[in-house]
Write a protein that binds this ligand. Sequence first.
Ligand SMILES: CC(=O)SCCNC(=O)CCNC(=O)[C@H](O)C(C)(C)COP(=O)(O)OP(=O)(O)OC[C@H]1O[C@@H](n2cnc3c(N)ncnc32)[C@H](O)[C@@H]1OP(=O)(O)O
Length: 194
Amino acid sequence: MTERTEKEKATQSLLYNASYDKELIDERAYCKALCYEYNRLHPAKIGERTTLIQKLFGKTSGSFLIEPPFICDYGYNIEIGNNFYANHNCIILDGAKIVFGDNVMIAPHCGFYTAGHPLDAERRNAGLEYAYPIKVGNNVWVGGNVVVLPGVTIGDNTVIGAGSVVTKNIPSGVVAFGNPCRVIREIIDEDKKF
Ligand SMILES: CC(=O)SCCNC(=O)CCNC(=O)[C@H](O)C(C)(C)COP(=O)(O)OP(=O)(O)OC[C@H]1O[C@@H](n2cnc3c(N)ncnc32)[C@H](O)[C@@H]1OP(=O)(O)O
């Protein structure tokens, strides 16, 4: 039986070595070069911006706008639905898949981190890490300075308040905020008035 590659281990949510594996290093270098190019494009060059993101991401559907600077690790693990918007300074560490639904709005300075490292310093220093997929549903608004941790799913029609650290799954149709992020209340008909 052939040994699994580090990339295969990553897709299977196993510990893998991202620091010293040539395939992953090369893929990150390619991705960083595209991010570099993207972040230096004039804002008026809408066509070039769109083309670069389509080259970088695993999947795009319909319209999207991503304000620079934008940084990710691999790009091919990111999928966005229609009408996706990310404000400035969005950072996506996509060692594993990260899938956004339709009509997702992301405020400035947000981080979506699929990746983490062992707590044991020796294993961490050896370059080991893990990556668990993140999923963000349809019609989700993520406030400024939010961090979403590995393995989290956020349901449809939910609002994550500014400054939250989302450590666990958040259901559909709620306002949630805080560190750690907790459900505060449901979004109700009364909310249509504002
Ligand atoms: C896509 C873009 O670029 S968007 C631009 C960037 N904008 C943002 O990031 C704004 C994000 N908005 C928020 O975080 C908002 O506070 C929301 C949407 C969560 C507000 O939700 P609401 O239900 O209207 O909350 P409301 O303002 O009535 O506050 C209720 C209580 O929660 C507190 N609160 C509100 N938001 C937060 C938060 N993010 N973190 C901690 N506490 C909060 C309030 O202080 C208030 O506390 P109190 O009852 O002790 O007075």
